[in-house]
Design a protein around this ligand. Structure first.
Ligand code: SF4
Ligand code: SF4
Length: 217
């Protein structure tokens, strides 16, 4: 609401705020991007960002001693937002569009889970990478640690250089065994998060895994 120019000779406000019903109408135009955004999906010229649905999760995962596999504590793993983004790195040319349009200060192409279709590219990637081969999901964490999650009839098997673990179909850690004696402790966070991600991709975005699964059979 702006005062006409001809009337701007005194001390009346030139710009007024919205009336209550106008403010309410404007607010109703909100697209609720905290629930569904997908901007990085829309703006990618190569379709390298793919949305998928994941079931919310809120669990306590064990922290184990690498010397004997004993549980020494727990930490919380929570996934609250059902709609998530997977990045397919083989299709990305790092144009930066998704970073420009992301409504947060993030780099979707670098920070979202990065799936590779090409095994050589996955091997060459230093960190934060996923490669699916049939029932096996190979993964690297942000610090370059490698592990794998294997789908089985009674849940998931987790393996890294130091330990193995068995997870139930609902991602509870049922058993942990050290593969070699080491120092320090290890959280099973990556095992639980990756098993949940694997399940979500298989159920809500199977097309993104299909080629690898067919190739493995
Ligand atoms: S940086 Fe990669 S993922 Fe992002 S818009 Fe460009 S091609 Fe797509
Ligand atoms: S990564 Fe950014 S652009 Fe993509 S869905 Fe999330 S908030 Fe939106």
């Amino acid at each position: 609401m702006r005062l006409p120019i001809a009337k701007r000779g005194g001390f009346e406000l030139v710009t007024h705020g919205l009336r209550a019903e106008e403010a309410s109408q404007e607010a109703s135009r909100c697209l609720q991007c905290a629930t569904v955004c997908d901007k990085c999906v829309q703006v990618c010229p190569n379709r390298a960002n793919v949305p998928y649905e994941i079931a919310p999760l809120d669990v306590q995962v064990p922290i184990v001693s690498l010397s004997d596999g004993a549980v020494v504590g727990h930490e919380r793993v929570a996934i609250s937002q059902p709609r998530q983004i997977l990045h397919v790195d083989d299709w990305c040319n790092e144009c930066g569009n998704c970073t420009t349009f992301c409504v947060h200060e993030g780099k979707p192409y670098a920070e979202k889970p990065r799936l590779f279709w090409d095994r050589t590219a996955f091997d060459a990637s230093g960190h934060s990478a996923l490669f699916v081969d049939g029932a096996v999901l190979h993964a690297k964490t942000s610090d370059g640690t490698s592990f794998r999650v294997v789908l089985s009839e009674d849940g998931y098997a987790y393996e890294d250089a130091d330990l193995t673990a068995r997870l139930t179909p609902t991602f509870a850690v049922a058993e942990v065994r050290p593969r070699r004696r080491g120092d320090g402790v290890r959280s099973l966070r990556a095992a639980v998060e990756t098993a949940a991600l694997f399940h979500a991709l298989r159920t809500s975005a199977p097309f993104i895994l299909r080629d690898r699964e067919e190739g493995a059979s």
